[in-house]
Design a protein around this ligand. Structure first.
Ligand SMILES: [Zn+2]
Ligand SMILES: [Zn+2]
Length: 132
């Protein structure tokens, strides 16, 4: 007996049918499925879990997240040089929401959080020391 299940695609909301024994946890229909999209879905869901745990907003949808990823061509939105590696958050208390998230590389995220002052002071300390 083949048991069919009807699922709702998490990307654009259309129904799709799968055999019950292949139901995964992902929820992308065959038309939307790609390794890249799946990776972004995982990234987004993980970020939303952390936001929820911290009591912040978690309203960003997969389609809303894929838009800036495409606009910045898969690059970091701050430096536009390196491939992005994380979901950047503009306002630390703003959560994972449409007006608060952009693709960012790890280096730029570090500088966004800590600023450049500490890094500049470190370099100045090095350059001004009496190096042999
Ligand atoms: Zn779909
Ligand atoms: Zn960057």
């Amino acid at each position: 007996m083949i048991t069919q299940a009807v699922l709702i695609c998490v990307l654009y909301g259309q129904e799709y049918h799968v055999e019950a024994h292949v139901i995964g946890t992902y929820g992308l229909c065959p038309g939307c499925w790609s390794r890249d999209t799946l990776r972004e879905y995982d990234r987004l869901e993980s970020a939303k879990r952390h936001a929820r745990a911290a009591g912040n907003a978690d309203t960003l949808t997969l389609a809303q997240w894929l838009a800036p990823v495409a606009v910045f061509n898969g690059k970091c939105g701050l430096c536009e040089v390196r491939p992005f590696e994380e979901i950047g958050i503009l306002d630390a208390c703003g959560g994972i929401a449409l007006d608060n998230c952009f693709p960012v590389c790890r280096s730029c995220r570090t500088h966004l959080v800590h600023g450049f002052d500490l890094a500049i002071a470190r370099i100045q300390g090095y350059l001004q020391a009496d190096n042999p």
